[in-house]
Design a protein around this ligand. Structure first.
Ligand code: MRU
Length: 341
């Protein structure tokens, strides 16, 4: 088992502060829901499934002061306020809303129970969301590993590993599982500008796990493909529309276009909790825009002129036609996606 991104402890959530990697492995224990929301916003915890898990635990933090002597109306008001606040922290990954809706559903189903009982049910639900993501990653790993032949070279982008999930990861879970089965797999990790999740997190996570990993800058991917050094591309996802259009970390779409040009299979590894069947296609996916400073102060110093105009979308949407398949916990879904989903 690689590193564990998040865990629930007696009235608190302990998580690895991912903004400190790879220099420092620091664990934060957070006992306040607003601070947890800030941790999601600041990417101290990040990755679609992991923020869903964190938010579910965050709800528990937001209602911890209530007991059976409290007013039920005030309790439910606070519950909704906390859910709305946590939902607002990041817009693109559907796992966040999915997990908070699950928590709200359990509260509604048990609305006639005592507050202590409701809190107990909500904690059990949050733990179940976490545990099921752990199992989901294992299944994704198992199905995905069948696609990897011994000796293959895989390219990945951003971080869809243990640090982004409740288990071994999605895209990286596939790699861990193939390696555990005795296959020799070499990984190229895209650096992933602007926040460098690929170099700070994926390269670190894979190196810690003893996987053969080579770091490249994002703009080197095309050259590697031209040289025949990439045989398969596997990335994660933040939201998948009904037709298969997929939002993932900015830079994913360009990899998919390059993959088509070089006839390299391009796979998305994602749990079913990342599918949003309420939207028809990728045009409906809200794409988070982040602060200009992430680009202008990239490497611990100013890297752009003062007052420069900046556009910083955190995600892009890959059209379904560029995707070879979706590796899910139920198996690999091939085109035609709308039908096969
Ligand atoms: O902004 P981030 O670091 O949260 O973006 C993460 C990604 O884009 C991941 O690829 C995605 O969430 C899948 S995680 C299994």
């Amino acid at each position: 088992m690689p590193v564990q991104a998040i865990r629930w402890e007696e009235n608190g959530v302990t998580l690895i502060d991912q903004t400190q990697l790879p220099e420092r492995l620091i664990y934060l224990t957070i006992d306040d829901y607003e601070r947890l929301g800030l941790a999601i916003r600041r990417l101290e915890i990040r990755g679609a499934p992991a923020i869903g898990i964190a938010a579910a635990y965050g709800v528990l933090l937001g209602i911890k002061s209530f007991d059976n002597t409290s007013s039920k109306i005030v309790f439910f008001d606070q519950l909704e306020r906390v859910i709305q606040y946590l939902k607002s922290t990041r817009p693109t990954a559907i796992n966040l809303a999915w997990s908070l809706d699950r928590i709200r559903g359990v509260a509604q189903k048990n609305q006639d129970a005592s507050i202590e009982k409701i809190k107990e049910k909500l904690l059990n639900e949050a733990l179940a969301i976490h545990e099921s993501d752990r199992l989901t990653c294992a299944h994704i790993g198992k199905y995905g590993a069948e696609l990897l032949k011994d000796g293959m070279r895989v390219l990945t982008h951003c971080n869809a590993g243990a640090l982004a999930t409740g288990g071994i990861g999605t895209a990286l879970g596939v790699i861990y599982t193939a390696v555990a089965a005795g296959k020799k797999i070499a990984v190229y990790a895209d650096e992933t500008r602007p926040l460098l999740q690929g170099s700070r997190i994926t390269a670190w996570e894979l190196q810690e796990a003893g996987i053969d990993v080579t770091l490249i800058c994002d703009n080197m991917a095309a050259y590697l493909m031209q040289q025949g050094k990439v045989e398969i591309i596997i990335v994660g996802a933040d939201r998948i529309a009904r037709n298969g259009d997929t939002a993932n970390k900015i830079g994913t779409y360009s990899l998919a276009v390059l993959a088509e040009k070089h006839q390299i299979p391009f796979y998305i590894a994602a749990p079913l909790s990342t599918f949003d069947f309420s939207i028809a296609d990728g045009t409906e996916i809200p794409v988070e825009e982040r602060a200009a400073a992430e680009i202008t102060n990239g490497f611990g110093k100013r890297t752009a002129p003062v007052d420069i105009k900046v556009y910083n979308p955190a995600f892009d949407v890959t059209p379904f036609g560029l995707i070879k398949g979706f590796i899910t916990e139920k198996g690999v879904i091939q085109p035609p996606f709308a039908e096969n989903f």
